[in-house]
Design a protein around this ligand. Structure first.
Ligand SMILES: O=C(O)C1=C[C@@H](OP(=O)(O)O)[C@@H](O)[C@H](O)C1
Ligand SMILES: C=C(OP(=O)(O)O)C(=O)O
Length: 430
């Protein structure tokens, strides 16, 4: 799919999409609980759809309700298949692999696209310590695992990704782990673990004591399930919402609804960058209202714990007068693309000078961008970054492989179009 963005004036109100981080966790939590869960505001992204398929392969039933919610009924992990596919979802594979390993039978865990090249060697090291037999494809997918996982005191490395810890926490809770600790060295993306714990609490799973994001202790008491029925509403997405907010900062005159300031989502940190660059916005209840676009100042931002903010912040920095520094580049190497490089290269095509200096990216903004032919690099956040940057560029921006947005935000082009963005495509826009 090719999408063309023309320079545009925006106006109107848009509601941020459902968070795939919240939705996929809800699917996992609903699977490991015994009983019925209603999931409101369910996500429709490819990653969310993959999560729904995985939990069905692991024994849950999923029913679409007339009011748009989803009902998940589960009796705990009880695989009805010997293979699961997580699509392209990094969270999916890393969160569900330990849940798959709750089974005693051998299962194959696979994925597609960029997921096939992302590192999974964590499991080669950790699973045998938990009584699981594993073979991987040299630290990549597919994995063959045979449980059952036995919760034990364990020390893991959290520097590559928080997603492995999310999976272990859910698996230990599913097995009602008693008097055991997961110790984590050098955990990154910490707020994502807070989101995991928050979802576990809302699903009334056993929640470990978190000491400084370094140790997670499951106490000796048996789990206390108060109810067999859970009613959960998927949060709106600060990660996808960040692109809308940046559009508000650079184009002005829009309102973004639904984003909860009290959320534990990592990417609500985008608000700090917007404040620091002087975006003309006010926050009222769950609405963020942008006035006429103001002159924007360069800013310093540490994205080590919120790596998904790099692409929207790069688009923002392009329109800030001077040099913006964003830290955390080294965390980007193993995302859907090597994002430090793909940001530099694709924004470079639009005339943005940016340097990579170790863990930092320096972006020299404020000189204007020109429309260009760019490529998503099969990375949803690179496609969205180019689209937002194109709204104020000189000339048209043509994005190849633009459908990549479906991984997290299938309605992205339709949403910005509804705000007045001039978007056209060789395919139907959702
Ligand atoms: O747990 C999650 O929902 C996620 C965690 C982050 O990954 P890392 O922990 O690998 O940084 C983030 O980049 C990803 O998009 C979603
Ligand atoms: C890296 C991402 O997701 P995941 O790791 O879950 O594939 C993302 O959404 O940018």
């Amino acid at each position: 799919m090719q999408v063309t963005i023309q320079p545009s004036q925006l106006s109107g109100t848009i509601t941020a999409p459902a968070s795939k981080s919240s939705m996929q966790r809800a699917c996992a939590a609903a699977l490991v609980r015994k009983g019925e869960s209603i999931i409101r505001n369910p996500g429709i992204s490819n990653d969310d759809k993959a999560a729904l398929k995985v939990i069905q392969a692991l024994g849950a039933t999923v029913a679409q309700q007339e009011d748009g919610s989803i009902k998940i009924t589960s009796n705990g992990v009880n695989a009805i298949s010997t293979e699961v596919s997580n699509g392209e979802s990094g969270l999916g594979i890393r969160m569900f692999a330990p849940l798959v390993a709750i089974n005693a039978k051998e299962m194959t865990i696979n994925g597609e696209g960029s997921l096939l090249t992302r590192p999974m060697d964590f499991f080669d090291e950790i699973f045998p310590q938990l009584g699981i037999t594993i073979t991987s494809n040299g630290g990549k997918l597919p994995l063959k695992v045979k449980g059952p996982l036995q919760p034990k005191n364990i020390t893991i490395d959290g520097s590559l990704s928080s997603q492995f810890l999310t999976g272990l926490l859910l698996a230990y809770a599913a097995l009602d782990a008693k008097d055991v600790t997961i110790t984590v060295d050098n955990l990154k993306s910490k707020p994502y673990v807070d989101l995991t714990l928050s979802v576990m609490e809302q699903f009334q799973l056993k929640v470990p004591r978190n000491t400084d994001h370094k140790a997670f202790y499951f106490d000796a008491e048996p789990a206390n399930y108060q109810s067999t029925f859970i009613d959960y509403t998927v949060e709106s997405d600060w990660s996808g919402g960040a692109f809308l907010l940046v559009a508000g900062a650079i184009c002005g005159n829009i309102t973004v609804k639904g984003l909860d300031i009290a959320s534990t989502q990592a990417d609500k940190a985008v608000m700090q960058a917007l404040i620091d660059c002087g975006a003309a916005m006010t926050i009222k209840d769950n609405e963020i209202v942008f006035a006429e676009a103001a002159r924007l100042k360069p800013f310093h931002f540490d994205a080590t714990d919120c790596p998904d903010l790099f692409p929207p912040l790069a688009a923002l920095a392009a329109y800030c007068d001077g040099t913006t520094t964003i830290k955390g580049v080294l965390r980007l190497a193993h995302k859907e693309s090597d994002r430090g490089l793909t940001i530099q290269q694709e924004m470079g095509k639009m005339g943005l000078p940016a340097e990579l200096d170790g863990d930092e990216m320096q972006i020299h903004g404020g000189k204007g961008l020109h429309g260009a032919g760019v490529h998503s690099r099969h990375d949803h956040r690179i496609a969205m970054m180019c689209a937002i940057a194109g709204l104020k560029a000189d000339g048209e921006t043509v994005i190849d492989e633009a459908q990549a947005v479906s991984k997290s935000y299938p309605n992205f082009y339709g949403h910005i179009q509804s705000l007045g963005a001039k978007v056209s495509s060789n395919q139907v826009i959702n």
